[in-house]
Design a protein around this ligand. Structure first.
Ligand code: NAD
Length: 480
């Protein structure tokens, strides 16, 4: 019989109010993995009420910041102890390679340790105003109940990026994970309970975006929405939050440029381009999907990238020999396939890939693909495909490539490959993106802030800066 999961509310499992469940499918085998509760406004109401009670209860509000930090560190230990299980569950859910997930899960406790350590270092200040009679000081207060909505491509990491600073600051939370990846987030909430977080501090309501997700955004008790997902959903959430004057942190889509100059170490650059676009089958917000190669190295880079693309081992994500797994669900596959068709119709050349690879498993597989003869006006260059599709374009001058790279609605990340130090600094300054990588791609740490520019986001995740996304600042004046 298929496993069935309820919501995790107030420290225990709850059946959905409407009694409905939905299936989660393994994208490699197309087998049903489990059923999860199909949440609605009534479930959200229950979870938010539990989170609000927990926010006010002395068992949470009475803890010192150091005690909250200790709980986060204990949760970090539990995540480390259960990393293998979590990695496997996430790989089954979204088709990411098990060995890639093991790597991601090995670094996940760092997030909890880092914010656990920051919990008691968020200080207000005393302000030397001109009135000597009055003492003025500031303090950072938690907001209340934070609603966290996350996507399917890195559910645990992206949930932890929100939860760790929110809890460190003293908030409680209701999480709505993606309908494609409910299980690891539910398991994570269970681990939070085991770590000693009081009931109601971490709650999970599973279900669809238009139902449970929208209900969470619209719930009047929610003090803030922290969202990672598509720019389209982010825009709707921002509008709803603005109408009620609640804050939101939005980590959205991308169409990141990966720029290879003539003076780059071409071997490293080719590897960086491949990792930039084909990791997680291209389903990462930071995918380096627009590759710009200086004309002097264009042919060589194209050859290296397409030769490697054709030799990537595609197969079962649980097999350590596999280098590329399936796309996460059927609509994703249809979307990626249709974009390749749109590109070819617009005049692009299908240089490598573009179809279903020869894989024994029936899942949602798509070949690593290279498009050439593309221009900045084409949809395959302007829109986020979220699949293993690289568009490779030549350029002649630095000014030209800065113009091309910045000519996009997005501004999440950018890669630069050059051995010229002055150029590295210049490009870092001129590129309109929240994260710049020079001679590397995808480096990331909970300690380093990241922010999407333009349509890629609002607010900051990671780093000490992200703590302030989950607090409000009070100014106190005391007449002495
Ligand atoms: P999505 O916007 O479709 O869904 C994200 C989450 O929002 C899901 O939990 C979904 O159920 C929920 N949702 C959908 N409609 C909603 C609504 N009306 N109200 C409330 N919640 C709603 O995105 P996705 O397909 O799950 O994820 C892929 C996208 O996420 C890509 O665009 C990718 O670039 C982006 N992403 C961004 C980052 C980042 O850090 N910037 C990281 C990972 C993914």
């Amino acid at each position: 019989m298929t496993d069935r999961y309820g919501h995790f509310i107030d420290g225990s499992w709850r059946d959905p109010a409407g009694g409905a469940y939905f299936e989660s499918i393994n994208p490699a085998t197309l087998e049903v993995l489990y059923e999860a509760a199909r949440g609605d406004a009534a479930d959200v109401e229950l979870a938010v009420a539990a989170a609000r009670r927990a926010f006010e209860a002395p068992s949470w509000s009475g803890l010192t910041a150091t005690q909250r930090g200790k709980l986060l560190r204990r949760l970090g230990d539990l995540v480390a102890e259960n990393a293998d299980e979590l990695a496997r569950l996430e790989s089954l859910d979204n088709g990411k390679l098990l060995r890639e997930m093991r790597g991601q899960l090995a670094s996940l406790p760092e997030y909890l340790y880092y914010y656990g350590g920051l919990a008691d270092k968020i200080q207000g200040s005393q302000i030397p105003t001109s009135n000597l009679q009055i003492l003025n000081y500031t303090q950072h207060e938690p907001l209340g109940v934070v609603g966290a909505i996350t996507p399917w491509n890195s559910p645990l990491t992206l949930t932890t990026s929100k939860l760790a600073p929110a809890l460190a600051a003293g908030n409680t939370a209701v999480i709505k994970p993606s309908e494609y990846t409910s299980r690891t987030v539910l398991r994570f909430a269970q681990l939070a309970s085991e770590a000693g977080f009081p009931d109601g501090v971490v709650n999970v309501v599973t279900g669809y975006g238009a139902e449970a997700g929208a209900a969470l955004v619209e719930n009047p008790t929610i003090a803030k929405i922290s969202f990672t997902g598509s720019t389209r959903t982010g825009s709707a959430i921002a509008a709803s939050a603005a109408a009620r004057f609640i804050g939101c942190t939005l980590e959205l889509g991308g169409k990141s440029p990966n720029i290879v100059f003539g003076d780059a170490n071409i071997e490293n650059a080719a590897m960086g381009v491949i990792a930039g676009i084909y990791a997680a089958a291209g389903q990462t917000c930071i995918a380096g999907s627009r590759v710009f190669a200086h004309r002097s190295v264009y042919d060589e880079l194209l050859e290296r990238v397409s030769t490697r693309a054709k030799s990537i081992v595609i197969g079962d994500p649980l097999d350590d020999a596999t280098e590329l797994g399936p796309l996460a669900f059927g609509d994703q596959l249809d979307k990626v396939r249709s974009y390749v068709g749109i590109g070819v119709d617009e005049g692009a050349t299908l240089y490598a890939g573009g179809g279903r690879p020869n894989v024994a498993l029936p899942g949602y597989y798509f070949e690593p693909t290279v498009l050439t003869d593309v221009t900045n006006s084409m949809r395959v260059v302007r829109e986020e495909i979220f699949g293993p599709v690289a568009a490779i374009m030549p350029f002649d001058t630095e000014d030209e490539v800065v113009g091309l790279a910045n000519d996009t609605e997005f501004g999440l990340a950018a890669g630069v490959w050059t051995q010229n130090l002055a150029r590295a600094h210049r490009m870092s300054r001129r590129l309109e993106a929240g994260t710049i990588w020079v001679n590397t791609y995808r480096a990331m740490s909970p300690m380093s802030p990241r922010q999407g520019f333009k349509s890629s986001g609002v607010g900051i995740e990671h780093g000490i800066e992200s703590m302030h996304e989950y607090t409000r600042l009070k100014s106190v004046w005391i007449n002495t």
